[in-house]
Design a binder for this molecule. Structure first.
Ligand code: DC
Length: 218
């Protein structure tokens, strides 16, 4: 039986950590839809397609052979036969993903693929529009938030851990810009579904957030 749990929220709200750990705990498939938009950004860059060129992006999305290998933890994302899991995690891909994700043809193609990937399965779907657009009938919906300074701090530490030398001010301005793009675009903007439960993770550990979610699932 199909069973969907959606987890939406802005960058740095803890979505990925929580969604992945939750999926593992309850033995659901973890669907990282942000990674899919990142893959579109990467493919567009390689093909020299402008991130706002709807027609060409639409054709690109239709031709992409994109799939997750879910027998690994975390799942790996493949474009054709290439493992792009790490390549899509750069600051450049943060912004490119945000740009291409505002394009109608891209959203249509990705939403279709996301529903197809989830068909007949039990899934934790993470993104920006999982509860509002892609899985409006999901059994359980959550929207994670955290104060902006905490989200910046999390992203900053994540990038330092990856070995980047970056200033916190840069991380802050990039995160704000991406929040603005994602919240103000006309298609599927980042916002909580009306029936989503809001969880503010500012003062919570990932374990506490998962506990709260599990409490709602019972
Ligand atoms: O979650 P993330 O940071 O990996 O997502 C990258 C970008 O992709 C994000 O800035 C907006 C876009 N995105 C989207 O528009 N819809 C989704 N369901 C997931 C991500």
């Amino acid at each position: 039986m199909n069973e969907i749990i959606t987890i939406d929220g802005p960058a740095g709200s803890g979505k990925s950590t929580i969604s992945r750990a939750l999926a593992k705990k309850i033995n659901f498939l973890y669907l990282d839809t942000g990674a899919m938009y990142r893959a579109v950004g990467l493919a567009a860059k390689r093909m020299g397609i402008r991130p706002d060129h709807g027609k060409r992006l639409g054709e690109l999305v239709k031709s992409m052979d994109l799939y997750f290998k879910t027998d690994e933890d975390p799942p790996k994302l493949f474009l054709a036969k290439e493992d792009i899991s790490l390549t899509i995690r750069s600051p450049e891909m943060d912004m490119l993903a945000s740009k291409v994700s505002a394009v109608r043809e891209v959203r249509e193609g990705m939403s279709h693929l996301q529903r197809k990937m989830a068909r007949g399965l039990k899934v934790v779907a993470e993104g920006r529009d999982m509860g509002t657009v892609v899985f409006p009938d999901a059994e359980h919906k959550f929207f994670l938030t955290a104060l902006p300074e905490v989200r910046v701090e999390r992203r900053y530490r994540e990038r330092l851990r990856r070995g980047e030398s970056v200033h916190k001010e840069i991380v802050e301005s990039e995160l704000k810009k991406r929040d603005r793009n994602d919240q103000t675009r006309s298609l599927a903007p980042l916002k909580p579904a009306e029936d989503a439960k809001l969880i503010d993770s500012t003062q919570l550990t990932p374990e506490q957030v998962i506990e709260e979610i599990m409490g709602h699932l019972k």
